[in-house]
Design a protein around this ligand. Sequence first.
Ligand code: FAD
Ligand code: DLZ
Ligand code: SF4
Length: 509
Amino acid sequence: MARVRNLIFVLGDQLTPALSSLAGADPGQDRVLMAELHDEATYVRHHQKKIAFIFSAMRHFAEELRTAGWTVDYVKLGAPDNPASFTGQLALSIAEHEPERIVVTEAAEWRVAREIDTWQARFSIPVDILPDDRFLCSPTAFKTWAAGRKSLRMEYFYRDMRRQTGLLMDGDQPVGGKWNFDSENRKSASIDLFMPQPKTFPPDAITKDVLALIAARFGNHFGDLAPFHFAVARADAEEAFAAFVDQSLPHFGDYQDAMLTGQPFLYHSVIAQYLNCGLLDPLRICRQVEAAYRAGKAPLNAAEGYIRQIIGWREYVRGIYWLKMPGYERSNFFGHSRALPAFYWTAETGMACVKAAVTQTRQHAYAHHIQRLMVTGNFAMLAGIDPHALHEWYLSVYADAYEWVELPNTVGMSQFADGGLLASKPYAASGAYINRMSNYCGACRYDVKQRTGPQACPFNALYWDFIARNRDKIGGNPRMAQMVRTYDKFAPAEQQRIGDSAARFLATL
Ligand code: FAD
Ligand code: DLZ
Ligand code: SF4
């Protein structure tokens, strides 16, 4: 057998034929390696659906590459001698093929990137680590953007990304004369609206094999494995996105912040899991959204809002991650240390909003942004939950969760644990916000209108208790100072009742 020139290690979130490690390679001389690894499936106890999705998407991608003429070594979990780690697998493959070089596109996560950095010395073979050009802004470019700025607000970064990509631009001006139409995107939804459902895909033979493997090996992980509806091949993921553009995009902006009982998806696209593993391309889908707007099929507030999530927030949180790692994962501005309550896993709580978010997370490995931010995230911050424990929860339970995107969202955006690097103020809210944006409160055993007492919505006393106990840390923030002043105007007896109610509730966790 001819000696392998390049051994190209393709990681489970790099499922793109245009990947930098494949772009300059030659299927005639080079060999692709992909591996299902126990360490990757268990570094946190991922939702069963998430592991099934990634393994099945990996197996379909291996087939896609073979069809395109590549030789692919695909190592299944449970195969004889299947090592646990990337490095263990590479050692075996080097011994088998004696390649001249290892080629890999840079890992998306700090943990794996540092592991890859050890390979050249460990194996005495040249290792080419290539940039991941699926992203629009490299970690180095983000560092340059951030250097010397007093404030790293997403909005300014986003405008640069609009200019760089030309998306929704008329010359050098934003289409519609404004960069951001977010103020139009805060409607609450009503149950009589037509609610399209994301496109579903029945499991094929490959997926059925994976589902059996996951049930046998990871059946004790959180989450329902069945029913499994995700797209696992590129063409299906593209079909799912096209269906979103047709049916949901026109309302995406209006109802972006809404929450509704029994409607886990509303007008969201439910495609982050496809984007993050490489089945969809961020720039390409943004161009599709712009085309829908220009063809009059979606209003500007929807198209701009959607594109901002992808070229703004998604790129920005990745930039923050690489700017601040390592260490960012231990941020804890408020010094919170309470253990994660069991209901984050069981959904057994009287709080209807939390129950809805956790139940659909268990069923679908999905909750939309406002549920993550303003229900489970908000509750955790108000209750003083350890941000690292919460980070591990978010990293395990969502099909789209990878540390580079999850960590800044959890630690920075939802917990303000980085002290305001990412968010301009803590996303803290009482029950009134959840009541305004959802219909959860009507069916809740708690009363959203009451601030204290056994029937009162727990978010209310916890909110004011949070303001009171952190007044020194947040009072200097102009957007929080008003809340501190409001608290100070409460009568001492009311302040006492707030403290007592919060303490009584926290003691039940
Ligand atoms: P849509 O609402 O349809 O939005 C479209 C796309 O925009 C998403 O698919 C996603 O790629 C991107 N996007 C939107 N908001 C963000 C954001 N804040 N950061 C990065 N990208 C964004 N997103 C992940 O992809 N992985 C995570 O692990 C993750 N963890 C999160 C944890 C917390 C605490 C919070 C508050 C948010 C988290 N997000 C994460 C961001 C966001 O909630 C999800 O991207 C979104 O809910 C995915 O659903 P969707 O595809 O229907 O998104
Ligand atoms: C998330 C994940 C899982 C569950 N399993 C694998 C795997 O078995 N093999 C693999 O190559 N990748 C997997 N991944 C994705 C990796 O964790 C991902 O490549 C790293 O997070 C680096 O970004
Ligand atoms: Fe959630 Fe409070 Fe509303 Fe109940 S009353 S659903 S706990 S916000």
